[in-house]
Design a protein around this ligand. Structure first.
Ligand code: FNR
Length: 183
């Protein structure tokens, strides 16, 4: 039975580099992992008033995350932080208070950007939230994919360089998830 990995992509656009990263990771993942992209673009902005009576989309999202063995965040950088859509999903999963569906799960973060920095700022802002939510985020290999549009050919397939980087990341992530025991 492969580990069920909920993959969250922080970009909503069709030609997203980060979605290409997620799709490439699905193909490159070892047999022990099944990566499923969980959509977040339809989730209304988090509002605490919904905690008692949540929209169905929140209920379904929380159920999907709760059922997963682990989470993998694939994030672009917007203004040196994670995109609002990503933060919205993180917040929705974290509430109602004490009912967070993130609690105690292993996780990983990978970021991609056309800039040289590879979304470093977003990657680490996201990690800050994951600490608060008691998600156990793989520390290494840190993977900030810079000039990332060059990592895919026109058909969306990863180049050889990309393949090596992504293989290294997802191999380590598979070990992180397989060996994970909640303290
Ligand atoms: C960006 N972009 C960007 N890039 C970056 O490296 N650091 C940044 O702070 C920002 N800020 C930023 C803000 C906003 C509002 C937008 C729309 C874009 C550029 C961004 O990396 C680029 O659009 C990527 O292609 C987004 O990722 P996807 O959609 O390709 O996955």
């Amino acid at each position: 039975q492969p580990k069920d990995i909920a993959v969250i992509v922080g970009s909503l656009r069709k030609e997203s580099i980060n979605r290409k990263v997620a799709v490439a990771l699905q193909a490159l993942a070892p047999a022990g992992l099944a990566l499923d992209i969980v959509e977040i673009g339809h989730l209304p902005l988090y509002n605490q008033d919904y905690d008692d009576d949540s929209p169905q989309s929140y209920v379904d999202f929380r159920r999907r995350i709760a059922a997963a063995d682990a989470v993998l965040f694939v994030t672009p950088e917007h203004n040196r932080s994670m995109p609002a859509a990503m933060k919205n999903a993180v917040d929705i999963g974290s509430r109602p208070y004490s009912k967070s569906v993130w609690n105690g799960k292993p996780a990983g973060v990978i970021s991609a950007s056309p800039s040289m920095q590879g979304g470093f700022g977003a990657n680490h802002h996201l990690r800050q939230s994951l600490v608060c939510l008691n998600l156990y985020c793989m520390p290494n290999p840190e993977t900030y994919l810079g000039q990332a549009e060059r990592l895919f050919d026109p058909a969306g397939q990863p180049t050889e360089t990309a393949r090596a980087l992504l293989q290294n990341f997802i191999g380590a992530y598979a070990k992180w998830v397989a060996g994970f025991k909640a303290p």
